[in-house]
Design a protein around this ligand. Structure first.
Ligand code: ZN
Length: 228
């Protein structure tokens, strides 16, 4: 069977962090610590997610356990993988428009920073998600986002028909990371990774409906490439 290798990003690789953004066919969920995602702002720990059935409801998960992979799953929403310098503590965040509007990125970052030294910087990489090319939203969504992203929101929109606009989730995520203090050059992005455009590589809820698969995105603390 052809097993898809996950996508990596140079920013996280450069600090020696084991990580991967999932593709179609990559589904190693068995060994991963994953919360039960509910489009909220709660943050779970790797330890709390050790048993799948008992994992708490959360949309961010953090870990300092070396070699233990934490994960979030998506099918259009934003996966964001984060690490402190040298990867001593890491986080994975799942954010759709509801999570963005509720502040899940700030919540996940705050929990990660609690585990880092004052001088440690955070690196964050935004993974494959539905691009503005394929993501038209309506007034209720825009109204919810308006509360959290009032100044930046117009830049993330392209008007389509009355009461609708194409929304750039990635731009909002970058803004939320910046607002939470992540330096611009420490924010990474996978270019050309629209889940709805690219049916060969990605699952997409918008394109394929609720029965579609889930992309699995993981990260673990420590620096395994420095071992041995
Ligand atoms: Zn697209």
């Amino acid at each position: 069977m052809n097993v898809a290798l996950p996508l990596r990003h140079a920013l996280l690789s450069s600090i020696g962090v084991d990580h991967g953004f999932g593709l179609r066919g990559f589904a190693e969920l068995a060994d991963l610590r994953c919360p039960r995602q509910v489009h909220g702002v709660a943050v779970a720990t790797a330890a709390q997610c050790a048993e799948r059935d008992l994992a708490p409801e959360a949309d961010a998960v953090i870990s300092e356990e070396i070699g233990v992979r934490i994960a979030v799953v998506t099918a259009d929403c934003l996966p964001i993988l984060l690490a402190g310098d040298r990867g001593r503590a890491v986080a994975a965040i799942h954010a759709g428009w509801r999570g963005l509007a509720a502040g899940v990125i700030g919540a996940g970052l705050a929990a990660l920073r609690d585990r880092l030294g004052k001088s440690e910087r955070v690196t964050a990489v935004i993974g494959p998600h539905i691009g503005n090319c394929c993501y038209e939203v309506d007034e209720p969504v825009l109204a919810a986002l308006e509360l959290h992203f009032s100044e930046i929101l117009p830049r993330a929109l392209r008007q389509t028909r009355p009461g609708h606009a194409q929304l750039d989730l990635g731009l909002l995520a970058r803004e939320a990371l910046r607002a939470a203090g992540v330096e611009r050059e420490r924010i990474g992005y996978l270019e050309g990774a629209c889940t709805a455009c690219d049916a060969e590589r990605f699952y997409s809820y918008r394109r394929d409906g609720p029965e579609t698969g889930r992309l699995v995105h993981f990260i673990s603390a420590g620096h395994p490439i420095a071992e041995g």
